[in-house]
Design a protein around this ligand. Structure first.
Ligand code: FPP
Length: 250
């Protein structure tokens, strides 16, 4: 476990949690309701989860709200999701801002409407100085897109080929302001990453749960955090053995 991880009574707490919020459609289907109903319930689950994460000392929560691939969904669902974001910002922004949540949006903004872009900018601007927890909403985001946009920006900045190492590229990645996620959760029972945070999740602990996203509550969060606390993180090294680098220098 990283020496930087805070520890509470139940074990080490991740600094950064990333979530693929999957299962909204199935949750709605089980209730004979349209998929949109599931996404709406998904927003409520997200608001509760960010506050619960803050209560537990988690510093960053990053969620996958709309992937670069989600444009392949029916037009009605895509426009429903876009509209839902506007409604969610209007309904919850003040509450989140008042509770110390800083909001950041990561992803390609060039393809979203001016109205949505303005709502994002407003949410980011009024929460900019909050420090309790940072909620990063990945919207029109893909892990491969992120690597490509970072390389392009580095090239534009004139970074020399030999200067382009991992730390330098990381400065151009969408989440450059956050530590890498310690814990990567996917709800909904599927066991894949779906192009989320491919670069940043290199050493994340992966936890997959059957729980459908709208049902993800404090008990589900605590179960996942307990699983995380049981993991033995070595980052490619060996527990309790000095790294070869140190031996070479001795
Ligand atoms: C996956 O469930 C979920 C999504 C593609 C959208 C997630 C979005 C939200 C929870 C709303 C986010 C809103 C804001 C304001 C950030 P699915 O539709 O793939 O479910 P299924 O696998 O059961 O079909």
């Amino acid at each position: 476990m990283s020496a930087l991880s805070p520890v509470n009574a139940k074990g080490p707490v991740p600094r950064h949690v990333a979530i693929v919020m999957d299962g909204n459609g199935r949750w709605a289907k089980k209730r004979f309701m349209p998929r949109f109903f599931g996404h709406k319930a998904g927003v409520d689950a997200l608001v509760k989860t960010v506050l619960s994460c803050a209560d537990r000392g988690i510093e960053h929560l990053t969620v996958f709200a709309f992937s670069s691939e989600n444009w392949k969904r029916p037009t009605e669902e895509v426009s429903g999701l876009m509209g839902l974001v506007l409604v969610a910002v209007a309904k919850y922004l003040t509450k989140l801002a008042d509770r110390g949540v800083r909001i950041r949006i990561v992803g390609d903004r060039s393809q979203v409407s001016d109205k949505l872009r303005a709502a994002w900018e407003h949410a980011e601007s009024i929460t900019r100085d909050n420090t309790r927890i940072t909620l990063s909403v990945a919207f029109n985001y893909g892990g491969r897109w992120d690597v490509v946009q970072a390389c392009r920006q580095a090239i534009r900045d004139g970074v020399a080929t030999d200067d382009l190492d991992e730390a330098t590229l990381n400065r151009y990645m969408a989440l450059s302001y956050a530590p890498d996620p310690d814990l990567f959760i996917r709800t909904g029972g599927e066991v894949r990453m779906s192009n989320f945070l491919l670069w940043q999740a290199a050493y994340s602990e992966l936890v997959f749960t059957e729980c459908l996203w709208p049902e993800f509550d404090d008990a589900a969060l605590d179960a996942v955090l307990a699983e995380y606390a049981r993991r033995d993180r070595r980052f490619g090294g060996v527990k309790d053995a000095p790294p070869a680098q140190a031996l070479r220098q001795a």
